[in-house]
Write a protein of this length. Structure first.
Length: 105
């Protein structure tokens, strides 16, 4: 999965919005524009190529208010499937907000 391909699908408005995704966006006060902006200007920080039913990934970017934002999407090469979005918790991410803090076991 390449960010360039996701950007193209985004520009073509090929995004399928699940009820779950819309609910999470509303709960977290994240706009659809911010979700789309992260895909258009962000970077893939975690690929999940073996996810079912479609490969997915975590994308890091910024909201229009310049807040760090994580977006999770799936993609079947024809459509982007909106999964969720959230503001990263600094307790779970390194200072760059791109690298998970690994907990020692």
């Amino acid at each position: 999965m390449k960010i360039e391909n996701l950007r193209t699908l985004c520009i073509e408005d090929k995004i399928k919005w699940s009820l779950h995704a819309m609910k999470r966006l509303r709960e977290r006060k994240i706009s659809i524009d911010d979700f789309i902006n992260v895909i258009k200007a962000g970077e893939i920080i975690e690929p999940y190529p073996d996810d079912y039913p479609h490969p997915s990934c975590l994308i890091f970017g910024y909201s229009k208010a310049n807040q760090p934002l994580h977006v999770v999407i799936g993609c079947d090469k024809t459509y982007i499937y909106a999964i969720t979005a959230y503001y990263p918790n600094p307790k779970e991410w390194e200072l760059d907000l791109r690298t998970r803090i690994r907990k020692e076991t």
